[in-house]
Design a protein around this ligand. Structure first.
Ligand code: ADP
Ligand code: MG
Length: 259
């Protein structure tokens, strides 16, 4: 497996005295496909925000040898770290190829980007193949199905040479078939990238996770293989025991400030 490991130590994020992430340690090896699960409000999105520089945090987040904490967002992005948001952020008016071209920053002016070209750059061709969007490359992104938009977003990270992908609920709102296709896509991508997937869907997690970290109230509650995590009584109590659905009430549980 090529690539760098993600190493998080004692990560803490507070919002006006409220602890959203309360001292998280996390190790993700290259080639892993790590699922980060946990009830609503567990701190999953905030953790990804901290890694990508969107919120202030203390502790340490290293990708390979490099420390990310304290670096500005664009700097972190340049270090090969990319994330998606729950809502796809593609350019709806532009077609698939143009979206990938812009993400690849091919160094051409805006007019050149809008012209249809015969020769597609190699990284864009590869991203089209990986995401299964080759046949849809001339379709406006706004006309893509929900799942296809998420795949395009992942493709836009791939052409930027992103080596660590942090995906926030990529299969939310997807059909069963789209979920399956996304899981297979993530397995392909994780062969040569480090991938962290925030997910609520238990069936999806069971089918595709290589390893799982369960976050609860800003802390890692449990970690291991799918089987190990599912067998953990603490996990069953806060999360898995509830018909596979996150418990909305859990979001209301305040995180105790440490003395
Ligand atoms: P998850 O993604 O696991 O559902 P979040 O990371 O979004 O959880 O949120 C963790 C906790 O932090 C929640 O209680 C949420 O209300 C709180 N929170 C998140 N962002 C902010 C913010 N910008 N200001 C204040 N509180 C926030
Ligand atoms: Mg979230």
């Amino acid at each position: 497996m090529s690539g760098e490991a993600l190493t998080i130590r004692d990560l803490r994020v507070t919002f006006d005295g409220f602890t959203a992430v309360g001292g998280v340690d996390l190790d993700v090896e290259p080639g892993d496909l790590r699922f980060l699960i946990g009830p609503n409000g567990a701190g999953k999105t905030t953790l990804v925000d901290a890694v990508t520089g969107l919120v202030k945090a203390t502790g340490s987040v290293r990708f390979g040898e490099k420390e990310l904490l304290g670096k500005p967002v664009h700097h972190i992005a340049r270090m090969g770290i990319g994330r998606t948001f729950q809502t796809a952020t593609v350019f709806e008016e532009l077609n698939v190829l143009q979206n990938l071209d812009i993400a690849a920053g091919a160094g051409r002016g805006p007019l050149a980007l809008l012209r249809r070209r015969k020769d597609i750059p190699e990284p864009v061709t590869r991203a089209l193949e990986t995401t299964g969007l080759t046949d849809l490359r001339h379709r406006p992104a706004g006309a893509l199905a929900h799942g296809q938009k998420q795949w395009l977003e992942i493709g836009m990270l791939l052409v930027q040479d992103v080596r660590l992908l942090l995906l926030d609920e990529p299969v939310a709102g997807m059909s069963h078939d789209e979920r399956e296709a996304t899981g297979e896509l993530l397995q392909r991508v994780s062969e040569d990238h480090t991938v962290v997937v925030i997910e609520h869907d238990m069936d999806f997690m069971r089918s595709f996770a290589r390893s799982v970290s369960v976050l609860h109230a800003g802390k890692v509650l449990s970690e291991g293989t799918v089987a190990e995590v599912q067998a953990d009584p603490r996990v069953q109590e806060v999360y898995l025991g509830r018909a596979g659905e996150p418990d909305p009430a859990a979001a209301a549980v305040p995180v105790a400030e440490e003395a």
